[in-house]
Design a protein around this ligand. Structure first.
Ligand SMILES: *Cc1c(COP(=O)(O)O)cnc(C)c1O
Length: 385
């Protein structure tokens, strides 16, 4: 039996997306070329752009296609930095590395940085962010939902407070920011992505977390906000990102978005509750990391005292259960997760964290299988100590 529970790292591609992509691979033209092939590719890319824009209640010209969520995050952060040249940036201690590392680089280039702390469940307090705003704050970047522990951040509240704050600025200062960027890669499948209701200036999402293709990302850039591109060399994406469009991935992403079914996802909280309550019942010395409420419905992150997560993951893999350690990008590092440290997970629980992330394909039988195997695996690992 194979049970895939690493959907927060990458979702399996939907067959309908695959089909759409293989169809679009026959669109051989370059969307920028003035010939029939190019035109056909352009028409379909632009249809996809319009559809993706509608999904977040934006305009087509506000959509910038990138190679990934990471590139979209980098584009927003470095784009704003390049625009203002100096200033103050606010973010959080639990962001994805593709936000934290660009911000770290800017710290080395003279930008002043404040990373707000989060509470024990990973929540940011919107007031704490507002209190940090200075005259020269150019950017605020807060993730919509955390990839390791599933905490859903109060983006709407932050957006609202920011709007109030900006409305009190003199007209001449309003263009200076602070601009609001949100990394929504983990949220796209489950949460409200309406950019106007959220009050964001930039929004990042990608294909690989929504049963779409890997290697495609979107940066929403609010109208009239000019930012400098990361990649130079062509006028694609209205001069905001050079390079021939990845037609197949763009059409695949649009298809994946059309398949998001918030109703279908309603089965997940039940499975999640069932999983969590049974793990806490069946295994001793285990801790749930992250919140009880306002948590992504697919995320379960637990720490097991006395065993390293690599050992457990290896054993689970042998039983056909594919889970993750929480952060796909740092899973090879020995350093404990920056997110678990930020929420103050006690030291004895830092090394045994495992993330099970459910998906569309997950059924109760899968969970029952894990609930049968996991206690045995842990018992075995513990007995070897
Ligand atoms: C996956 C992920 C990213 C990176 O997306 P890629 O397309 O893999 O570059 C960024 N932020 C969050 C929250 C993610 O979950």
């Amino acid at each position: 039996m194979t049970v895939y529970l690493d959907n927060a790292a990458a979702t399996p591609i939907d067959n309908r997306v695959k089909k759409e992509m293989s169809r679009s691979m026959d669109l051989c033209g370059n969307p920028s070329s003035f010939n029939d092939g190019g035109r056909a590719a352009r028409v379909q890319t632009e249809q996809a752009r319009a559809q993706i824009a509608r999904f977040i209640n934006a305009r087509p010209e506000e959509i910038v296609f990138t190679s990934s969520g990471s590139e979209a995050n980098n584009t927003a952060i470095f784009g704003v930095a390049d625009k203002f040249r100096s200033g103050h940036i606010i973010s959080t201690a639990i962001e994805h590395p593709s936000v934290l590392e660009p911000i770290g680089k800017l710290a080395g280039e003279g930008f002043k940085i404040d990373l707000v702390s989060v509470d024990a469940e990973g929540f940011v307090n919107p007031r704490n962010i507002l209190n940090l705003i200075k005259k020269d704050t150019v950017l605020i970047s807060v993730m919509y939902a955390n990839n390791e522990i599933g905490t859903i951040e109060p983006i709407r509240e932050i957006g609202k407070l920011l709007k109030e704050y900006r409305s009190k600025l003199p007209l001449s200062a309003r263009n200076r920011g602070p601009l609001f960027h949100v990394d929504a890669c983990q949220a796209t499948e489950y949460l409200n992505m309406n950019v106007h209701e959220l009050g964001v200036d930039f929004l990042t999402f990608n294909g690989s977390k929504i049963y779409g293709p890997k290697g495609i990302g979107v940066l929403y850039v609010k109208r009239d906000l000019e930012i400098k591109p990361l990649i130079l060399g062509g006028n694609q994406e209205r001069g905001r990102r050079a390079g021939t469009e990845n037609t197949a991935a763009i059409l695949g992403l649009a298809k994946a978005i059309s398949l998001i079914n918030k109703k279908e996802n309603k089965k997940l909280p039940k499975l999640q509750d069932y999983f969590i309550s049974n793990i806490l019942k069946k295994i001793s010395d285990v801790r749930l990391n992250g919140p009880k409420k306002n948590r992504l419905p697919n995320n379960i992150n637990i720490s097991i005292f006395g065993v390293g997560n690599e050992e457990i993951l290896l054993q689970l893999d042998k039983h056909g259960i594919h889970a993750g350690s929480g952060s796909a990008c740092t899973s090879h590092a020995v350093e404990p997760s920056h997110v678990l440290k930020a929420i103050g997970v006690p030291k004895k629980y830092l090394n045994g964290a495992i993330r099970f992330s459910l998906g569309r394909q997950t059924i109760k039988k899968d969970i029952d299988y894990v609930l049968k195997v996991l206690p045995k695996v842990i018992e075995k690992c513990r007995s070897l100590r």
